[in-house]
Write a protein that binds this ligand. Structure first.
Ligand code: NAP
Length: 248
């Protein structure tokens, strides 16, 4: 047996032994959040398309003494979410934490020039998949003692910005889905849901949106991960958009 006592994770009362599903866990904010949840003692199911990167995140969690399972999938593929829910439901009874983080960016352009295919893909991954995830995992979240759902949004969802409409309108719809879900569950189940606005964060998506920016001038994804893990480990305000910047 390996002696990994020196690498025991800093277990967190609110997270130890919980089951968490993180979408977009192959890189960026999702990978950092999955690693942080794993470090604090949650078993983390990692999803995204890139299985090699998912394995690297899984290895990082294992190396820190945590546990994880990878589930490579494309959120845009019909039935992929239903298949994921069947696989997870076959192994676990309840899901404690769902982090809906995966999203795609759409290049900036005036509204009249939005590429319909790119827009349709973003509507599928950022919006339709969100409703599919909530539908597929609602029964398992309800069976948890206190199901927690966090959606990762962007400030442009609530504040329109010239040339950002394609991506921003998917985030507006995303916020509405999550916040409606929070209201529906407020007095009927133990599920709580909120939306986190990370603010500018050093990731591939950020580099695509701001190609001229020096990445060193924005926060690393680990900041957002710590914020979200702290939030999930405590009772958090239901149905609110919570900004990482405002909480500093
Ligand atoms: P990122 O580095 O581009 O990561 C996006 C993640 O989503 C990747 O793991 C990607 O994995 C996954 N993904 C994309 N399409 C997918 C699909 N069809 N099926 C399954 N997984 C898919 O972006 P990020 O910056 O970390 O963004 C994370 C969240 O934060 C997003 O919701 C984004 O809108 C939000 N956000 C970011 C910033 C920022 O400054 N970075 C600011 C505000 C909001 P694969 O490619 O392996 O599938």
């Amino acid at each position: 047996m390996d002696d990994n006592s020196a690498q025991q994770p800093a277990r967190d009362k609110g997270l130890a032994g919980k089951l968490a599903l993180v979408t977009g866990a192959s890189r960026g904010i999702g990978a950092a959040t999955a690693i942080e949840l794993g470090r604090r003692g949650a078993h983390v199911i990692l999803t995204a398309r890139d299985d090699r990167k998912l394995e690297q995140v899984e290895d990082t969690i294992h190396a820190a003494g945590g546990t994880a399972t990878i589930a490579p999938m494309d959120l845009a593929e019909p039935d992929s979410i239903a298949r994921l829910a069947t696989a997870i439901g076959g192994r676990w009874d309840a899901l404690d934490i769902l982090v809906i983080n995966a999203a795609v960016f759409v290049p900036l352009t005036p509204v009249q020039d939005i590429d319909p295919r790119a827009f349709s893909r973003a509507l599928t991954v950022n919006v339709a998949a969100t409703q599919n995830l909530l539908a597929a995992f609602h029964p398992m979240l309800k069976r948890a003692e206190a199901g927690r759902v966090i959606g990762v949004t962007s400030s442009v969802g609530a504040s329109p910005r010239a040339y950002w409409a394609a991506y921003a309108s998917t985030k507006a719809a995303f916020d509405n889905l999550l916040l409606s879900y929070a209201l529906e569950n407020a007095n009927t189940t133990a599920i709580r849901a909120a939306v986190v606005n990370p603010g500018g964060t050093r990731t591939e998506m950020r580099a695509r949106a701001f190609p001229g920016e020096d990445p060193a001038t924005v926060q690393p994804p680990e900041n957002v991960a710590t914020f979200m893990a702290n939030m999930i480990g405590e009772p958090f305000p239901n149905g609110e958009i919570i900004s990482v910047k405002d909480a500093r």
